[in-house]
Design a protein around this ligand. Structure first.
Ligand code: AMZ
Length: 446
């Protein structure tokens, strides 16, 4: 079971026998209350058990459960569409959201919907679609309150007993900001229309401010050399808060000692950042096995970055992508096109583009591309290599290494207009030195 910051709602990766029983009971009650999962009559426990166990095995489906006093009383599913073109890659479908009748009127449905939306956002989805029979009045009112737009009606959507019922189709544009975890007092947290992000056509690039951790402090290196570190803050939590307050929508954290050691070495600092931050965070450095990956994702990290294992253990990346769809990112760090590992101390024979294709096949949600010779040097990004990479794969590419001023960001913005695969940029030293102000940078990338 994966833990989210919302204490009522969790993404379920497995179910204990007790959880399964409670879930089946809640589902039976919801079916008796007017239909659910397409069933009008309860199907018997075995059928439901098989259904829930089965759906945990389908990588395209994610199950979220909501609890009351520890017991599961409802659930929802997110279903990822086949990503065979850029348009579909933006949309995710919400299915079978329900709270059992005996647990209603406590805001649990709202909390569930809120968390599911946040999960979809953190995976990069921009649109959530769903449909519902028009008999489900409680669900319909929940979706309307949460800002879903009713865009169509199907007159022959479903059969309920001997009746044909209409179906209502809803959609919602997701903003890219993860809002605070919902407590069951949902009505005050319904998003207002002005929080909805611009449409996809304006496609703002995401700026990921870097928090690189060395010996518990926030540093910036030049070309990845540990001996060439500038210490910017010995309070990573305060730094994280400052970047959140500055308006950044994501944080990019790297455990530098971890990248060299092959295991996390700045865990207290990372936990302090998680605690202080109000936006999603991606974390890399030293994550080399499933246990480390799972434990950081369960601790609240939204996406983990895998660098060395991308080269040395691609099977692990694949396994992680299946277990945590949308939450694994490949970090491809290259010197003159050749991929480096182990804190960039080793350079492999592999070309960045070849690794990018392999990582796309493994199922990563994004690729971060760093040209090492530019990292920390403030001379500008390697835009040509970034564009080549983004045109080679169909997963989003985040540029990194070399931003020194606003013109460098403007150049990436321009390149991204012709290269839809470029999704964002990581900025470190230029922000810490004040060469780039957060507000101006966000404006240039918007
Ligand atoms: O600066 C460095 N020497 C450095 C660095 N920034 N070495 C590794 N890293 C980052 C990569 C990636 O985000 O950019 O660490 C991550 C990869 O770590 P690992 O342990 O998976 O190779």
């Amino acid at each position: 079971m994966s833990v989210s910051k919302n204490k009522f709602v969790q993404r379920a990766l497995s179910l204990t026998d007790d959880d399964l029983q409670a879930l089946c009971e809640a589902a039976d009650a919801a079916i008796l209350d007017g239909g659910g999962f397409g069933w009008v009559q309860p199907q018997g426990r075995q059928v439901l058990e098989r259904y829930f166990r089965g759906l945990l095995l389908v990588p395209e489906r994610m199950l979220f459960v909501v609890r009351l006093k520890g017991e599961i009383v409802g659930c929802a599913q997110l279903v990822r569409p086949p990503r065979n073109n850029e348009c579909q890659a933006m949309c995710i479908t919400l299915m079978h959201l329900f709270v059992a009748p005996y647990a209603r009127n406590r805001g649990l449905g709202g909390a569930l919907l809120h968390e599911v939306e946040n999960a979809a956002r953190s995976m990069g989805f921009r649109v959530m679609n769903m449909d519902v029979p028009d008999t489900q009045t409680a669900a319909i009112s929940l979706f309307q309150k949460a800002g879903f737009l009713h865009w169509g009606t199907h007159p022959h959507f479903a059969r309920m007993g001997d009746q044909t019922v209409s179906g209502l189709f809803f959609t919602k544009l997701l903003d890219t900001v993860r809002s605070a975890p919902a407590e069951p007092s949902f009505s005050s947290q319904v998003e207002t229309p002005d929080m909805i992000a611009p449409t996809a056509s304006s496609r703002p690039l995401t700026l990921y401010p870097a928090i690189d951790l060395k010996d518990g402090a926030c540093v910036r290196l030049r070309r990845g050399e540990m001996d060439d570190a500038t210490v910017y803050s010995d309070d990573p939590a305060a730094q994280a808060r400052a970047w959140c307050d500055a308006g950044f929508k994501w944080l990019h954290a790297v455990d530098l000692n971890g990248a060299f050691a092959g295991q996390s070495a700045n865990a207290p600092a990372v936990r302090a950042i998680l605690e202080a931050s109000t936006v999603p965070m991606q974390l890399g450095g030293g994550l080399r096995d499933m246990k480390a990956i799972a434990s950081w994702l369960e601790a609240g990290v939204t996406r983990v970055i895998l660098g060395s294992v991308a080269v040395k253990n691609p099977a692990l990346v694949k396994e992680a992508c299946r277990a945590f769809p949308g939450r694994i990112v490949a970090g491809i760090d290259a010197r003159s096109g050749h991929v480096a590992t182990e804190g960039w101390a080793e350079v492999s024979d592999m070309q960045a583009t070849e690794l990018a294709l392999r990582m796309q096949d493994a199922g990563v949600a994004a690729i971060i591309f760093t040209e090492i010779s530019r990292d920390g040097m403030l001379d500008g990004l390697d835009i040509d290599q970034t564009v080549t990479l983004a045109n080679t794969v169909s997963v989003p590419v985040i540029a990194s290494g070399g931003v020194g001023n606003l013109d460098h960001l403007a150049a990436l913005r321009k390149a991204a207009d012709d290269t839809p695969g470029i999704e964002g940029v990581i900025v470190g030293r230029a922000l810490y030195d004040g060469r780039v102000s957060p507000a101006e940078a966000l404006k240039v990338l918007a």
